[in-house]
Design a protein around this ligand. Structure first.
Ligand SMILES: [Ca+2]
Ligand SMILES: [Ca+2]
Length: 363
């Protein structure tokens, strides 16, 4: 009897009905996280109407659906999940809540990451990154054209698109990375009924763009869609070691058509050339310099037995020097970094043989 009762309780708690009756405002596809994919879902359910939620609001708590709506997404999820603020209609106010609650998570449902469709390069349409030149100088800026599809490989019936531009955050000024959708991008030029968002996580080298039409009209096309721009940190030549590359890549691509079917589109990757890069003069003795502990709670020890370190500089991810010291006892030195805020830095050690830069994490 006891086991029967337990079975009944577990059945009630884990049945789809029990798990799918709570809206977390912004998590439109109810997978446990608010991200760009939720805006694609919202676009598909745009202007749909149904029952209001009792006491519905945008606060990040689970809110019960009292009456399901008539319509569902192709995967069976009820349209009521797209009504982030609970007022009985899916519109721009709900998109604003996605933006406000971005990256928030809940565990009302077992977390399911959004599935990325694999595309075949050379067969499926693809992103391309183009520029008259891929050369950039220390502290300089570069603007790259982003193209989605081409005349030879059109993207068929695009309703919404999400993608992420990735760079190595160590080499770029993280507050200066930008993506702008072109006003005449092929999928948005014919109608002003659309919503787009840029999710800026450039501190980790990621910039995510998401766009959806809100009139359910998909567009077929290919070509230029917008520009991404970056600014390199100052003195980048000093930081680069031989194996470092300055790649700009587009991945995490989800494109949906007006039936909410995913369209396969391949990513892109280019490499920037840094003007004046001189890795050939790098001296292997510099590799023998040790810094520890790393990550550090505030005290950092530097040991260099074969070459004297004359000066050290600590540089933040914006390229600003936050600590500088000339050294006397240069073979073994302790640095007091207790006043330095938590985060990632470069420690630049200047010697007669050249400069060694190493990433340091302050906890
Ligand atoms: Ca979600
Ligand atoms: Ca609403």
């Amino acid at each position: 009897m006891k086991s029967l009762l337990l079975f009944a309780i577990s059945f009630l708690c884990f049945s789809p009905n029990c798990l799918t009756q709570t809206v977390w405002p912004g998590d439109v596809n109810n997978n446990g996280i608010v991200n760009e994919i939720d805006l694609l879902y919202l676009g598909f359910a745009y202007n749909e109407r149904g029952s209001q939620r009792i006491d519905g609001n945008s606060t990040w708590i689970g809110q019960e659906i009292t009456t399901e709506w008539d319509g569902t997404f192709p995967d069976g999820l009820n349209f009521a999940y797209a009504d982030c603020n609970g007022d009985g209609v899916v519109n721009e106010a709900d998109a604003t809540i996605i933006e406000t609650n971005l990256t928030l998570t809940h565990d009302d449902v077992p977390f399911i990451s959004d599935e990325i469709l694999t595309a075949t390069s050379g067969i499926d349409p693809s992103f391309t990154i183009t520029s008259p030149s891929f050369e950039v100088a220390s502290g300089g800026s570069i603007e790259l054209d982003i193209n989605l599809g081409s005349d030879a490989a059109l993207v068929d019936s695009l309703l919404g698109v999400a993608f992420t531009i990735n760079v190595d955050a160590r080499f770029f000024k993280t507050d200066r990375t930008k993506f702008e959708l072109d006003p005449v991008a092929w999928f948005s030029a014919s109608s002003d009924q659309n919503i787009s968002l840029v999710l800026d996580n450039s501190a980790e080298g990621k910039l995510t763009f998401v766009y959806t039409a809100t009139d359910k009209k998909a567009v077929t096309g290919g070509g230029f869609i917008g520009k991404v721009s970056f600014v390199l940190i100052e003195d980048i030549v000093d930081f680069l070691v031989k194996e470092d590359t300055l790649k700009v890549a587009i991945d995490s691509i989800t494109i949906v058509d007006n039936n909410f079917e995913k369209i396969p589109v391949a990513g892109a990757c280019v490499e920037l050339e840094v003007i004046g890069r001189t890795t050939s003069t790098y001296n292997p003795i510099l590799d023998k310099i040790k810094c520890y502990p790393n990550p550090t709670n505030g005290w950092l020890l530097i040991k260099s037995e074969e070459v004297a370190i004359e000066e050290v500089e600590l540089v933040n991810t914006l390229g600003q020097i936050v600590y500088q010291k000339r050294l006397t006892n240069s073979t073994f030195q302790s640095l007091d970094l207790q006043h330095v805020p938590e985060g990632m830095y470069w420690l630049r050690m200047i010697t007669k043989l050249g400069t060694k830069s190493t990433p340091i994490q302050r906890l």
